[in-house]
Design a protein around this ligand. Structure first.
Ligand code: 2P0
Length: 351
């Protein structure tokens, strides 16, 4: 008897130009394009196994060992259904293939980082889900084609189907067929840039991204300015900075966009606060670190960015990482660097 099973994994990504706002909440179509760096550390990934079998009665899902309900019409059900539809198209062209599209699937997914650590587990999770079903179904789809489906699980998930520097083009079509991820540059294009994750708090965040961003869409005038007059130029400028390996421009745009995303959250009614005092102290530290460098005739040495939570991600060229970790440990003595803080995408706990 044949066993139809596949296991794949997908990494976390951290946005430099932030996605915040949907123009279509069902299809998950954003109000602006976004751009991220995919973290390539082994310890920040979701790994998913999918299995199809004629004996399975219904689709089932386990997340970190706990079964989760797959709600009818929900995001998970949509992704599974879309992947079965693609498999059906392949089966229609080749009648010798087993009819896996008619079998229920069992899906088992694990994150090798704490789900509540404020890192985007939905991004790596839905990307791993879609890529494991694509492997199970032996689909000829490209990562951009698969990103159309991962996007319907969680917007930021579409960017985790690529490594390196990735843009999610907002698209303009009402059916979402042009709202997909593309590779801006592979990781090898700019291996010198590293990310340091400072876990300020591993509490679960107060306002979920999904509900927070809709409140912003409904109430923030600043968001309208951002999507019409700020993000399009920033997408072009940061793409050029990445292609030119211009860290100074990359850092400036990344910090500006993090600041504006949090300004837009604050401009929401009622306001949303994602950063805390420690987050702001880390910003002050990086601003001062850069100021001293520029005052001495140098360039920007690091860029901070914050998502929908208080944890800092610091992008920096490798040569500055050791100095930055030392600075953080000096100012936040409780910080405990874990794993390989001087290797690719190290992490430090700053409580
Ligand atoms: C981003 N974030 O671009 C931005 C920056 C958070 C701040 O994508 O509703 O979890 O599932 O599409 O993808 C978080 O939003 O929201 C997010 P849904 P998602 O990374």
């Amino acid at each position: 008897m044949s066993v139809y099973q596949a296991t794949t994994s997908a990494p976390v990504n951290i946005a430099c130009i932030k996605y915040w706002g949907k123009r279509d909440t069902k299809l998950i179509l954003p109000t602006n394009s976004s751009l991220s760096v995919t973290l390539d550390q082994d310890h920040l990934r979701s790994t998913t196994t999918s299995r199809a079998d004629p004996s399975f009665k219904k689709d089932r899902l386990w997340l970190n060992g706990v079964e989760e309900e797959i709600k009818d019409g929900g995001r998970m059900a949509t992704c599974i259904q879309e992947m079965k539809r693609l498999r059906k198209e392949v089966e229609a062209k080749d009648s010798s293939l087993p009819k896996l599209s008619g079998y229920a699937v069992h899906i088992c997914s694990r994150n090798n980082f704490p789900t509540a650590a404020g890192l985007a587990s939905s991004a790596s999770g839905f990307a791993a889900l879609v890529s494991s079903l694509a492997a199970l179904y032996a689909l000829p789809a490209t990562p951009s084609e698969l990103s159309l489906i991962a996007r319907q699980g969680s917007g930021s998930a579409c960017r985790s189907l690529f490594g390196g520097f990735v843009a999610w083009q907002m698209g303009f079509k009402p059916d979402g067929s042009d709202s997909l991820a593309i590779e801006v540059a592979p990781r090898e294009h700019w291996p010198d840039i590293h990310a340091l994750i400072c876990v300020v708090s591993d509490d679960k965040k107060g306002t979920s991204s999904t509900s927070g961003m809709q409140r912003t869409v409904e109430t923030s005038a600043l968001l309208q300015h951002r999507i019409a007059h700020v993000v399009p130029a920033r997408m072009e400028a940061i793409t050029a900075a990445i292609l030119a390996r211009d860290f100074d421009a990359f850092a400036r745009i990344t910090m500006q966009d993090s600041n504006q995303f949090h300004a837009v959250a604050l401009d929401t009614d009622p306001p949303i606060f994602y950063m805390n005092d420690v987050s702001r102290a880390i910003i002050a530290l990086i601003v001062e670190y850069n100021r001293v460098s520029v005052a001495n005739g140098g360039k920007l040495k690091a860029a901070y960015t914050y998502d929908a939570g208080p944890n800092a991600v610091i992008y920096a060229p490798k040569e500055n990482l050791k100095e930055i970790v030392e600075l953080i440990i000096n100012y936040f003595p409780q910080a405990e660097p874990f794993k390989d803080p001087f290797g690719l995408f190290g992490a430090a706990g700053v409580q």
